[in-house]
Design a protein around this ligand. Structure first.
Ligand code: CTP
Length: 412
């Protein structure tokens, strides 16, 4: 990443650090924030300073860390820091810190800052699995989210010591991305708050034998961009990830699947209470009729047997035909190599979904790239072209179309 100098109108970010071993990872988040031109004031709690000292925060942010409520009282920093911020991000956010924030306690500079901040607030929790799952923590998280704070889902993996589970601090790169999106969109745009969205991503693999499969070239990037942008817009997101080798987007519940049949089962289950289901995964239309439990061996002088295929169920068509709840929106994707719009319109009608995002694929187009161009076709006749740009931009256009229709349905 190139260091970019701090601009006079650069967004002011407060990085709150509470007392957990993951505090050291906040250094990497701080570096990303400063190198991308944000003005960052670090507010570590007294406990955080046991893990990473004041000098490190000052050196990395280029300004003194704010630690004391009672320092420079005439400048009222306990009020100013929060009031002047464009974004407050707390990483790591311990169970204790979130409990204080949920109850409006203000016994140190960070909790004072949280109480005076009127900007978006992002919490990146890190704690032991038991603490995260405890009803007290879950209720505090729900309270914070209800009030508009963004509480990222902790990652799953190795925790302090030998234990593993849910509770790991999301990767600094994922927290940074969440912050960047929140800053770009502002506070008004949490237009998916209170909605549950399900997104499938990646490409299914249909096994032939224990070492071989029929697959496709989908990277999962578009589906992951849809999941990340929906989370940034306030949705509860379930991401059904089929063989994508991408980091989990922050704040998203990731369910891993591999085959079309597994994806179908996971999609039907997740769709039960979903407001929106987006099928961005490339689902294999066929699977081998037979699965060889042992590796298929070549035999000299013998021609290989042809591979017999059977049809996979069409998950998008099934979700569209049997909506799990009234008003549920179903969105499909179509990858076409030629006659893109005509094929797209026919597919929209055939699948019975509400929106179909049609993009052109082929050599050097869409697959594995970070950019995409498409047309969003709607069953109600709308047609929204999306110029070539980042997959996040296409994702936001899809959510704009979804939000318009959800709101229209709410108004009925
Ligand atoms: N899809 C699905 N289940 C399948 C195949 C596709 O849910 N068995 C979904 C994809 O997730 C995507 C949409 O259907 O949202 C379009 O997939 P595509 O493969 O382009 O459509 P097909 O019906 O297979 O059309 P064709 O092969 O004729 O292009």
């Amino acid at each position: 990443m190139n260091a970019s100098p701090e601009q006079p109108h650069a967004p002011r970010v407060v990085l709150g650090v509470s007392g957990g071993i993951a505090a050291y990872k906040a250094c990497e988040l701080l570096r990303r924030l400063t190198e991308s031109g944000h003005r960052v004031t670090v507010v570590p709690t007294a406990a955080a300073l046991h893990f990473v000292g004041e000098a490190t925060w000052a050196a990395l942010s280029g300004r003194p860390a704010a630690t004391e409520t009672w320092a420079s009282v005439h400048e009222v920093p306990h009020v100013r820091i929060g009031q002047q911020a464009d974004l407050v991000v707390v990483a790591p956010a311990t169970a204790d810190l979130m409990a204080k924030a949920a109850h409006g306690l203000a016994d140190d500079l960070l909790t004072n800052t949280l109480l005076t901040a009127r900007c978006p607030v992002v919490f990146a929790p890190a704690m032991h699995t038991e603490m995260w799952e405890h009803p007290a923590t879950q209720e505090n998280v729900a309270t914070l989210r209800r009030r508009g704070a963004i509480v990222l889902e902790p990652a799953v993996g190795r925790l302090t010591g030998v234990d593993t589970g849910k509770g790991r601090l999301p990767e600094p790169s994922a927290i940074f991305e969440a912050c960047r999106r929140v800053l770009a969109r502002g506070t008004q745009e949490r237009d998916l708050a209170g909605r549950h969205v399900v997104v499938s991503a990646g490409g299914t693999r249909e096994p032939l034998d224990p070492v071989r499969f029929l697959g496709n070239r989908s990277s999962g990037k578009q589906g992951y961009a849809l999941a990340a942008t929906a989370a940034a817009r306030g949705a509860r997101v379930t991401l059904l990830s089929a063989n994508a080798e991408l980091p989990d987007p922050a704040g998203v519940d990731v369910v891993r699947v591999s085959t079309a049949l597994q994806l179908r089962e996971a999609a039907l289950k997740a769709a039960v209470d979903a407001d929106v289901v987006v099928m961005a995964a490339a689902v294999a239309d066929f699977r081998p009729a037979e699965y060889a439990t042992g590796k298929i061996k070549k035999v000299d002088g013998v021609e290989p047997a042809p591979v017999a295929l059977v049809r996979n169920p069409d998950i998008l068509a099934e979700l569209s035909a049997h909506r799990a709840r009234p008003g549920q929106l179903v969105v499909g994707f179509a990858a076409e190599t030629d006659d893109v719009l005509a094929h797209g319109r026919a597919k929209l009608a055939r699948k019975g979904c509400d929106l179909l995002v049609v993009n052109e694929v082929g050599d050097g187009l869409a697959f594995g790239l970070d950019t995409n161009a498409a047309v969003v076709l709607a069953a109600d006749g709308a047609e929204v072209p999306v110029p070539h740009g980042p997959k996040e931009a296409l994702a936001d256009t899809v959510w704009d179309q979804v939000v318009t229709r959800l709101r229209a349905a709410d108004a009925l």
